[in-house]
Write a protein that binds this ligand. Structure first.
Ligand SMILES: Cc1ncc(COP(=O)(O)O)c(C=O)c1O
Length: 391
């Protein structure tokens, strides 16, 4: 007998919608000649020496499981990297966990820290999996609007007004996907103050930490007394152009990493071995490639932002990640209408801002991790589109 439809999926799953990005890209997949400013991933292949290290490990037959927490050598290299970059000391044996991307680290974090009904405060707009991971772990996401007028920064006073007896954590992600905003050290320090006062955890997704332009990234855990209560998430996908390798990490107190590792060992066992080998090589010798790619993204960023402004789409200046988040309010269309019409009429794919939360209405996300020639062609098509639909 067939199972009744209402019984097949849990209430938690029913509460979340499929990612607004994926839904849109199903449509794109059926079309030809599309320029995609859509998916947020580097257009570079992983630097050759990193690929070669993984290939060699396979040739040597290094194909077994690793320790649940990740290869000791990788954790040692990561510990060194965090010390060199931020002067933070994480014990590689107890305070670091190698995960299947920041994606897994986000999921593990929520499941490790949340009890049913616990609240997690986060910015709106935000990366698509933040609220989903909280809901799937039985918690409630609490949105704090961020606005173009305040550079899409998260305001401490807005957070303060949303702290309740149920608040467990604040989730921040800077540089931001989708806005490209970075947070100044001063503004982050005010958030740290709230976390201290209310004894809240801070989950800091710093996957774009290396992709900043003309500004310095502040690692949240470096703020006074914040290391113990911060769960720092980072990864290799963006800085080293390694999205397909699926490798990331969490750095936090022994207690939190221990809790996350319990879930990780039963559900994942360990991150892929060859990807861990590649990550070791990335940390040891990847720096020149990172710097080269950042320089290239910066060139494209400048062309994209100026180009958007020139065609009549006002654009906040993104200082990090590889996204521009222009306002399309002047078109009179919703973000979704704009993105869908642009795709059908001009074959340019952008992501509606609403895929990232209600405050994304009136904006679209344009990823500039694509060639300059494609960016220029996309801008020319978008210019034609904006002109045609001018109110
Ligand atoms: C802000 C942010 N966090 C986390 C992720 C997940 O990255 P990964 O699982 O590839 O490490 C992404 C990917 O786009 C992202 O933009």
């Amino acid at each position: 007998m067939p199972i009744k439809a209402r019984n097949t999926s849990s209430q938690r799953v029913n509460q979340i919608a499929p990612s607004g990005i994926r839904k849109f890209f199903d449509l794109l997949a059926s079309m030809e000649g599309v320029i995609s400013l859509g998916v947020g991933e580097p257009d570079f292949a992983t630097p050759w020496h990193i690929r070669e290290a993984a290939i060699y490990s396979l040739e040597k037959g290094q194909t077994m499981y690793t320790s649940n927490s990740g290869m000791p050598e990788l954790r040692r290299e990561l510990s060194r990297y965090l010390k060199d970059s931020y002067n933070l000391s994480y014990d590689p044996d107890t305070e670091l966990l190698i995960t299947v991307g920041v994606s897994e680290a986000l999921d593990l974090t929520m499941r490790a820290i949340l009890d049913p009904g616990d609240e997690v405060i986060m910015p709106d707009p935000h990366y698509v999996s933040y609220d989903a991971c909280v809901i799937l772990a039985g918690g409630s996401p609490i949105m704090v609007p961020t606005r173009e007028e305040s550079n899409f920064e998260l305001s401490a006073s807005d957070i303060k007004g949303r702290v309740s007896g149920k608040t467990k954590a604040i989730l921040i992600g800077y540089p931001s996907n989708p806005t490209g905003a970075v947070m100044s050290k001063e503004k982050l320090a005010r958030i740290a103050e709230i976390a201290r006062r209310h004894k809240l955890l801070v989950i800091s997704d710093e996957i774009y930490a290396r992709l900043v332009y003309g500004v310095k990234h502040t690692c949240f855990a470096t703020l006074p007394e914040m290391k113990e209560s911060t769960i720092l998430l980072g990864g290799f996908s963006k800085a080293y152009a390694m999205t397909g390798w699926r490798i990331g990490y969490a750095a936090a107190s022994k207690e939190i990493i221990g809790a996350m590792t319990k879930i990780h060992q039963y559900t994942i066992m360990c991150a892929p071995t060859m990807a861990q080998v590649a990550a070791i090589e990335a940390l040891k010798s990847g720096e020149p490639s990172v710097l080269e790619m950042v320089e290239d993204y910066n060139r494209r960023r400048l062309v994209m932002v100026k180009g958007l402004k020139d065609i009549g789409l006002p654009c906040f200046e993104p200082k990090g990640a590889f996204y521009a988040f222009p306002s399309i309010k002047g078109s009179g269309m919703t973000s979704e209408e704009f993105a869908e019409k642009l795709l059908r009429e001009e074959k340019v794919a952008v992501v509606p801002g609403t895929a990232f939360g209600q405050c994304g209405e009136g904006y679209v996300r344009c990823c500039y991790a694509t060639s300059l020639a494609e960016i220029e062609e996309a801008l020319s098509r978008m210019g034609r589109f904006v002109k045609k639909h001018k109110k």
